[in-house]
Design a protein around this ligand. Structure first.
Ligand SMILES: [Zn+2]
Length: 254
């Protein structure tokens, strides 16, 4: 299991199970602009991994990065600006050091988990995750499950991700890895004037997030043990597999 797998399972059990069984290709449902934005996000990450990783990315995505006339596509122009912003951000330059793209493994609630750390800085006892975001670093988004607006770090379940990675690092048998490594979310925005910030999270929020992760894995275990996965009714998978048999009241849509 991974953070993104668990998040997908929490959003729609039926879709996540169909993806795991190879019956549904979620990537194929993404719009070209979404894919371009995802690739531009990867470009920002690769720019700070190492030169070889960046070169490999450029070679692989040459067709995606440039227009027919040979200019950088708009999302990649923005990505370039984001990279420049981080290159002149003194805090980022000071802390984004150490092992890059490091895979970590462990077990949560009896389920094997793995994750990728963008950067593990053992000198400062932190790990860093770069998040490229469309809005401002203050942006709040509507959360369907919570029925309220939440900060994007909360609504996108990044607290889960940081709690999972912290727990996997806690389980590391590498003696150089401390037992209470703190996450830093390094946000970089796609605004006309890109903003950047290194964001820490109170430990008790991470502790609560890890409890939520354990609760979510309990539901996953139920499905592994034979419970029928719940359809959210709203995602592309559910819409593609919907067979109406009766009318619904407007009150159910409010
Ligand atoms: Zn669904």
């Amino acid at each position: 299991m991974s953070f993104s797998g668990l998040k997908a399972f929490q959003e729609c059990e039926a879709e996540a199970v169909a993806v795991m069984n190879g019956e549904w290709d979620r990537q194929a449902t993404f719009s070209p602009s979404t894919i371009e934005a995802m690739n531009a996000g990867s470009y920002v990450h690769k720019s700070f991994e190492n030169e070889q990783a960046l070169d490999e990315f450029k070679q692989k995505h040459q067709g995606d990065m440039f227009t027919k006339t040979g200019n950088l596509k708009s999302q990649f122009q923005i990505a370039e600006k984001m990279v420049l912003t981080l290159k002149k951000d003194p805090l980022f330059q000071n802390i984004y050091k150490g092992a890059k793209e490091l895979e970590v493994f462990g077990e949560i609630n009896g389920i094997e988990f793995h994750g990728f750390l963008d950067c593990l800085n053992l000198e400062k006892n932190i790990f860093i995750d770069i998040k490229t975001i469309r809005g401002s670093i203050y942006e709040k988004e509507w959360s369907e499950s919570e029925h309220r607006k939440m900060h994007w770090i909360e609504s996108r379940k990044y607290l889960w991700q940081m709690a999972i990675y912290q727990e996997l690092l806690r389980q590391s048998d590498d003696e150089r890895v401390g037992k209470n490594i703190q996450p830093v979310i390094y946000a970089i925005t796609k605004e006309t004037f890109p903003d950047s910030a290194g964001i820490t999270i109170p430990q008790d929020w991470l502790d609560d997030a890890l409890i939520e992760v354990q609760e979510a894995t309990n539901k996953y275990i139920e499905v592994l043990n034979g419970r029928v996965p719940v359809h959210c009714g709203r995602c592309n998978y559910c819409k593609a597999n919907k067979y109406n048999t009766h009318t619904i009241s407007l009150t159910e849509l409010l």
